[in-house]
Design a binder for this molecule. Structure first.
Ligand code: NCD
Length: 305
């Protein structure tokens, strides 16, 4: 049985197949409308979420399946002290597949070790968020027609932002990818990403503080929110939260084909005036997230249409 813990659980070929399937689902939704009839997904969310949880649920409903789950730790038996391993054993009796979000790094992995149904990591602490990465890859491929030969700017909280860590690990496998890592000194990518992912794969990258310095050279600008819930003190958060604000005048520095992505939720880092810009792709990105999660559910359940 296959689980999805990290984007690297799939080879580049398998990712291409997933993205091709997501494309086909977008073009022919009716073909897939009954593919998961009689199947259920359990969404076990121990941390807040809007998009990820609801897009898993929308994905399963679009496939003709059903959904169950909880959306906070306090409303589950975690509040009584139940372990994630016990919870997943129980859920395996109720559902065919599960998506788990947890504040502790590695919790979905621990669940996968004892689970008799496929487990999807829907975000584990500041570690990984593979289905956001599949969404991001799907969006970049749709907008650019390719995944390699690009300069990708990642801006904001690169230290705690799990979407950034997963996206970098996935993109280093495509030839010609370069990164501009834009963050305040304190929020740079963790050492393990710099050493074990970027340097090990000999992928060129630069770390800069000012967005303006690299913006004119970017093919994609991936903005992120400062991850308040992972800060040790509120003071540091307040000092850093408005470090980057992408607005109309800054967008004038970017190329006509530099698309702006954001995993959302946005706080202040993209001003709402940018939403009208044809290069703003973050709401389209949400839609791709549903198609790619449909593709992932079909793949992990071994359902061929
Ligand atoms: C992201 C997450 O949860 O890591 N949100 C999401 O799933 N789209 C990004 C964030 O919370 O900033």
């Amino acid at each position: 049985m296959r689980h999805c813990m990290s984007p690297l659980d799939f080879s580049v070929d398998e990712i291409n197949q997933l993205l091709d399937l997501a494309d086909d689902i977008e073009k022919n939704p009716e073909k897939y409308a009954h593919a998961c009839e009689g199947k259920k997904i359990a969404t076990l969310f121990y941390e807040p979420s809007t998009r990820t949880r609801l897009s898993f649920e929308a994905a399963m409903l679009n496939l003709g399946g059903q959904v169950l789950g909880f959306s906070s730790a306090d409303s589950s038996s975690a509040a009584k002290g139940e372990s994630v391993s016990d919870t997943i054993r129980v859920i395996s009796c109720f559902a065919d597949i599960a998506a788990i979000r947890h504040p502790k790094e590695g919790a979905p992995y621990v669940a996968s070790l004892v689970s008799s149904i496929p487990v999807i990591n829907a975000g584990d602490g500041g570690h990984q968020h593979p289905t956001q990465t599949l969404t991001d890859l799907c969006t970049i491929r749709a907008l650019k027609g390719k995944l390699g030969d690009m300069n990708i700017g990642l801006c904001g909280d690169l230290k705690f932002g799990r979407t950034v860590h997963s996206l970098i690990s996935a993109l280093v496998r495509y030839p010609g990818v370069r990164f501009s890592l834009i963050s305040p000194e304190e929020l740079r990518i963790p050492d393990y990403v710099a050493e074990d992912v970027l340097k090990k794969n000999k992928v060129p990258y630069e770390e800069v503080i000012r967005l303006e310095d690299v913006l004119p050279d970017l093919d994609i600008l991936y903005m992120t929110r400062v991850q308040r819930e992972r800060f040790f003190n509120e003071e540091d958060y307040v000092r850093m939260k408005d470090f980057y604000i992408l607005d109309g005048p800054k967008m004038e520095l970017a190329r006509d084909d530099c698309y702006v992505l954001h995993p959302l939720p946005r706080v202040n880092e993209i001003s709402v005036e940018v939403d009208q810009d044809p290069r703003a792709a973050y709401f389209r990105q949400v839609q791709y997230g549903v198609y790619v999660r449909m593709a992932l559910i079909l793949t992990l359940l071994n359902i061929e249409v």
